[in-house]
Ligand binder design. Structure first.
Ligand code: FAD
Ligand code: FES
Ligand code: MG
Length: 288
């Protein structure tokens, strides 16, 4: 069992947990992820390693509550434990001194972009970061991102904090103003955001690394669930990625595959909510 030792509420739907997983912490590198199961009957879900402490044997996970498993995960408290934490999985980010780089984090994607920005900074890059969310309440880790960035631009879609813009707007301005200077862009966030970041950088011919969030089950290249099309060829995100060159990704294929189990996901959520209501009613009756 993998004990949760710390929990922090980052926003109404975003939570941070620190989990005891010494074998994962020992080998974790920026860009990698784990596959967790809450309990023996639980589904497997991939979550990026947002941070790690090798000596203490701890990994930090940040998740957005979007459905049954992430909602259930959000109910756990320090002292509770996860049944499995498998990893680190996937290839680490390719960190070198490229010169000037831009790291873009959208929504919960701010968490996985943080260790990459930190590693790029440590490798001597001039790091410009752009972080964005739908509104102020969904933003987190501005302080952490500022600490590892030479320049930081903060945006919200509704203008409730920072600049009122989508992350692609300041990115396009940077590319126009500093043509030739920006060597590489990293972008992590919802698939639709990564698609539009890739479309923004394409005319400027700047390599753009994205971390794909396809549906995963086994995480070992066996089930085929996470298949994506890159440069017209089938690739498995769990073993060949998760990072790919964004200009080569077939985004429409990924976006439609992400919707594939919507009906089952909705049913799973409704069943879980029903069980929670029953449990609460039983407890109330028992206590009365
Ligand atoms: P559901 O209602 O079951 O699903 C909601 C949506 O999430 C689905 O429509 C689908 O698009 C996606 N999804 C569902 N099941 C899976 C699955 N088994 N694998 C992948 N996507 C799925 N989210 C975070 O909040 N924080 C992270 O750090 C993070 N890192 C990720 C790293 C990788 C490599 C990948 C592939 C995904 C990552 N995700 C992350 C997405 C996260 O795995 C999904 O949000 C989660 O599985 C949803 O589960 P659910 O049961 O709560 O929601
Ligand atoms: Fe099964 Fe990648 S998750 S092949
Ligand atoms: Mg699910």
């Amino acid at each position: 069992m993998y004990k949760i030792v710390e929990k922090e509420i980052l926003s109404e739907v975003t939570k941070r947990i620190v989990v005891e997983a010494p074998q994962v912490a020992r080998k974790a590198q920026a860009g990698q992820f784990v596959i967790i199961r809450i309990d023996e009957r639980g589904e497997r879900i991939p979550l990026t390693i947002a941070d790690y402490e090798r000596d203490a044997g701890l990994v930090t996970l940040i998740f957005q509550e979007v459905g049954k498993t992430t909602r259930q995960l959000g109910t756990l408290e320090p002292g509770d434990a996860l049944a499995t934490v498998v990893g680190p999985l996937g290839h680490p980010s390719e960190i070198e001194n490229y010169g000037t780089v831009v790291c873009v984090g959208g929504g919960v994607g701010i968490a996985p972009v943080f260790p990459i920005a930190r590693a790029l900074k440590e490798a001597g890059n001039h790091v410009i970061s752009i972080i964005g969310a739908r509104n102020k309440d969904l933003l987190f880790w501005e302080d952490r991102m500022r600490a590892v960035s030479d320049e930081l631009i903060v945006c919200t879609d509704d203008g409730s904090y920072g600049r009122k813009a989508l992350v692609t707007e300041p990115l396009k301005e940077l590319l126009e103003e500093r043509a030739g200077e920006i060597a590489r862009v990293w972008a992590i966030g919802p698939a639709i955001m990564m698609k539009f970041v890739s479309l923004t950088t394409h005319p400027f011919n700047v390599p753009t690394i994205v971390s794909l969030n396809s549906i995963m089950v086994d995480g070992t290249g066996m089930c085929g669930c996470c298949r994506v099309l890159v440069n017209g060829e089938a690739r498995f995100v769990c073993v060949d990625g998760p990072e790919f060159e964004g200009h080569e990704v077939d985004w429409d294929n990924l976006l439609s595959r992400l919707q594939f189990y919507r009906e089952e996901e909705q049913l799973a959520l409704e069943r879980w909510e029903h069980e929670c209501r029953l449990d609460a009613a039983l407890q109330e009756k028992g206590g009365a």
